[in-house]
Design a protein around this ligand. Structure first.
Ligand code: ATP
Ligand code: MG
Length: 221
């Protein structure tokens, strides 16, 4: 099992109010799966994604990623695991505005101690993989939304992560561009990439092989 969550809770306390953002969630994902998590605004999707992506820690429960118990890992270990095992894709692409497409893709490779030449070569190959040949030296503002998301996908793939986590990856795109991005993600999954995708859009969720619902912090298969 690649991902195993057991009885995960994440509560927020505001004054005397308790918000059960993640309420006793158990969830497993096998290698090679393509899972959508669908739920309305405020249901806990991003909170869950942040926990899965080691960007946030649950209040209680157990998280095993690739057999490693996350709650026992130190902050420095977590950063390494995050960089090597997880690729992130966000609604707003989160590219660095002053870097070119290729340089953006190089970022996680350089964090992983690859030298400039090696990482540049790999970034150029990844640009081909996401069908962006010829746009290598464009900065994000010189690319369309769909193209920026492709750069973000290439960056997410850079360190050959075990898993891709996508939080509303098509949320900022028109429906045609959305479909193209979902097609790319589907192809990646067909080639063995494990993907967890978060969305509030059933048309997007349906592209995955498995759909899980989230509502008020609870998961339903
Ligand atoms: N830092 C925080 N402090 C207090 N409450 C929070 C915090 N972060 C999230 N919440 C609350 O936790 C719940 C889940 O939030 P979350 O961001 O996970 O929802 P979401 O499903 O991603 O929503 P959206 O579709 O709008 O992005 C919400 O009720 C939210 O108000
Ligand atoms: Mg969200």
């Amino acid at each position: 099992m690649l991902i195993e969550l057991k009885d995960i809770k994440k509560y927020y306390h505001l004054g005397d109010q308790t918000i059960k953002a993640i309420d006793d969630v158990s969830f497993t994902v096998e290698k090679g799966e393509f899972v959508s998590i669908i739920g309305p605004s405020g249901s806990g999707k991003s909170t869950l994604m942040n926990i899965l992506g080691l960007l946030d820690v649950p209040d209680s429960g157990k998280y095993l990623l690739d057999g490693l118990e996350i709650s026992k890992a130190k902050e420095k270990e977590l950063a390494t695991i995050r960089n090597k095992k997880i690729g992130f894709i966000f609604q707003n692409f989160n590219l660095l505005g002053k870097l070119t497409a290729v340089e953006n893709i190089q970022v996680p490779l350089i964090y992983n101690n690859e030298n400039n030449n090696q990482s540049k070569q790999r970034a150029i190959e990844l640009m081909k993989k996401v069908d962006l040949e010829g746009r290598e030296n464009h900065i994000p503002s010189q690319l369309s939304g769909g193209q920026q998301q492709r750069v973000a996908i290439a960056r997410a793939l850079a360190n050959q992560p075990e898993i891709i986590l996508a939080d509303e990856p098509t949320g900022a795109l028109d429906s045609k561009t959305s479909q193209d991005i979902m097609k790319l993600l589907t192809e990646l999954n067909e080639n063995g990439q494990t993907i967890i995708l978060i969305t509030h859009d059933m048309n997007v969720a349906k592209k995955a092989k498995r759909i899980v619902k989230i509502s008020d912090g609870k998961l339903y298969e």
